[in-house]
Design a protein around this ligand. Structure first.
Ligand code: HGA
Length: 610
């Protein structure tokens, strides 16, 4: 989503800001801009609709320089995609602001500020920040105090960086609900919405906490908490890898990431899965004692991560004998829910910054859960910092907006969590051994599954002209069907719905005709016969089916059904194995349709607004 980069230095910061924006650009955005203070107290700005390249080209044609600057990539929430709505926003050519988040009470603030004589030049909520700070500044004459006073008026979420042309030796940053990190340099300091933006200039970071306001100069950082009291925030060294520039010869990041799955799952298992199981400390210090009390699991997530939680519910109840609920974070956070005794709250997020999931975790922490655990791909992210326990998926940087390897590593983590909880809840030895064996076989099984690529490419040709599709699965393959449908929607823009196949006759059968392809995931499990009956129901109504099936399931291709045999695997890992062909199908359909696979329209990665 929105990316923020800021710098205060002695050198020209434009290259640092542009490189920072480039490093965040894979997340998807619609416009970009930069504002700079030069040594002579001049405030200048350049903004462009489109990619960072448009902004970089504009800056090359009409260079501006500065030693202090803020830059932004925007994913519009309030106000259309126009240059006037792109950040940074100004108040009277004096105050400059970039912002990630939503100021929910912007309408009343705007009315109030307009009455006070501030002229608005954009439709954004963000512009109210600039004018409110300006107004406060006129009353107190100190930028830090002005920002501290201004943020008290904001409802909603913000990560914001503010410059004052008349106070060029410092920038003020504030954070509530949206991520912001300060990067420490030598005689220069930096700000970003994600540490990755700053890796070329520093590896030392200070993560701001909720409600913090900080004053940053070239040589100092002073942080104040929400009560305005000075606080120390720890400085951490980051050893995260990030090379967004490298597609390793693949045409898209998404394809690279699909093919990386055997390796990243091997990494995720390595040192964690032993011959006789796992040690609970892979979830963090003291995990075994915390997990020993757990009798119920509440999973909270959004999008693809929600589907991994849905899958985990089948495992936790079947193998670990703990009850489990799964809920979408944006629903959970706005309703009163019942907290079961001895409940573990589990959040799932690739970025660890998903706004709704983070808000749901914060709410849950006030509700009496026994402990919190996050399954996350980014060390040091807000969810990791704010949870009691964390399982780090070692998927590496995921650049494609449509999640692939983050999903399958999350599922891998859930199988290990199933063992850790099952240990305290009478999990059978057979089930324990089955999961261990299944996990050991997983990377090789995924390598074998990727060999299906050519068959799937051919199949994708038949899909590209379709406008709708139906995905069917039963049991733990139902969430995999949901994930398959989501992938197709996200990157090929084909309408796709997923149903638990037992639901067909309760409505969706009415949709079946030869223009509605039906994709079925059918491993050889105890629900196979039931699934076969559902397939016959579709066939009887003239539907065209594409069945991903275990060879031993005995599906045969004919004029109404194309069968793609997926390698036989242990049942515990079947949801992970069957995910890959569906990812490949979406990918090749999107390539044939010519969509922007890595940055699909209207979407963004790391969903930091609610
Ligand atoms: N509300 C602001 C910023 C949006 C944002 O943070 N997107 O990720 C705007 O619409 O410009």
């Amino acid at each position: 989503m929105c990316g923020i980069v800021g710098a205060i230095a002695e050198r020209n910061v434009v290259p640092i800001l542009l490189e920072g924006l480039r490093r965040l650009e894979y997340r998807g955005y619609d416009s970009a801009g930069v504002a700079l203070l030069d040594g002579q107290g001049n405030l200048q700005r350049t903004r462009r609709i489109g990619k960072v390249k448009e902004l970089a080209d504009a800056l090359q044609d009409n260079p501006i320089k500065g030693v202090t600057g803020i830059a932004h990539t925007r994913w519009a929430t309030h106000g259309g995609v126009t240059e006037a709505n792109a950040h940074p926003h100004f108040s009277s050519e004096r105050i400059a602001v970039v912002h990630n988040g939503i100021i929910e009470n912007y309408e009343s603030l705007r009315t109030d500020l307009t009455t006070k004589g501030y002229g608005f030049t954009s439709d954004t909520d963000t512009e109210t920040i600039a004018h409110q700070v300006h107004f406060e500044l006129d009353n107190c004459d100190d930028l830090l105090t002005a920002v501290q006073n201004a943020v008290k008026k904001f409802h909603g979420a913000y990560g914001t960086v503010i410059l004052d042309k008349n106070d060029p030796d410092r920038v003020i940053v504030a954070r509530s609900g949206s991520p912001l990190v300060i990067g420490l340099g030598l005689g220069e300091n930096f700000i970003a919405s994600d540490q990755m933006a700053l890796f070329p200039v520093t590896r030392r970071f200070m993560f701001l906490e909720e409600g913090d306001v900080a004053e940053i100069t070239r040589t100092s950082i002073k942080v104040f908490d929400s009560a305005g009291l000075p606080v120390e925030r720890e400085v951490k060294e980051s050893n995260l890898e990030h090379d967004a520039g490298d597609k390793a010869g693949y045409r898209h990041y998404m394809l690279k990431e699909i093919h990386e799955q055997p390796t990243v799952i091997r990494n995720t298992l390595s040192g964690r899965l032993q011959d006789n199981g796992i040690s609970a400390n892979i979830f963090g210090h003291g995990a075994d004692e915390l997990l020993a009390k757990i009798k119920h699991v509440q999973i909270i997530a959004c999008g693809t991560s929600y589907h991994s939680g849905m899958t985990a519910r089948y495992w936790l109840e079947q193998y670990a004998n703990v009850s489990c609920n799964v809920e979408i974070a944006s629903e959970f956070r706005y309703r009163k829910s019942y907290v079961h005794p001895n409940s573990l709250i589990v959040t799932i997020s690739q970025s660890g910054e998903t706004a709704d999931t983070l808000a749901a975790l914060r709410l849950a922490k006030e509700q009496g859960y026994a402990a919190s655990l996050t399954i996350c791909n980014v060390p040091g992210s807000s969810l990791v910092r704010e949870s009691d326990l964390a399982f780090m998926t070692l998927a590496g940087a995921e650049i494609g907006v449509a999640s692939t390897k983050a999903f399958t590593t999350q599922l891998t983590g859930f199988l290990m969590l199933t063992m850790a909880l099952g240990k305290h809840n009478n999990m059978s030895q057979d089930d324990h051994q089955h999961i261990i064996k299944a996990l050991h076989s997983l990377p090789a099984k995924l390598e074998e599954t990727l060999q299906l690529t050519d068959g799937i490419k051919a199949l994708a040709e038949e899909f590209a002209d379709m406008h709708h599709s139906l995905f069917l699965g039963r049991g733990d393959q139902y969430p995999i069907a949901m994930e398959g449908a989501l992938k197709l929607k996200e990157i090929s823009y084909i309408h796709a719905e997923a149903y638990a196949s037992g639901e067909l006759k309760h409505g969706p059968l009415a949709l079946i005709d030869d223009e509605m392809p039906v994709i079925v995931v059918a491993p050889n499990n105890e629900l196979l016969e039931k699934l076969k009956s559902n397939v016959e129901e579709v066939r009887a109504r003239g539907g065209i089916m594409y069945v991903f099936a275990d060879k031993e399931a005995n599906f045969k291709s004919d004029e109404t059904m194309r069968v793609i045999n997926v390698p036989h695997c242990e049942s515990a890992i079947a949801p992970i194995v069957y995910t890959l062909p569906l990812q490949l199908l979406s990918y090749y359909v999107a390539v044939i349709k010519g969509t922007d696979v890595d940055q699909p329209r209207n979407l963004a990665k790391s969903v930091t607004v609610e």
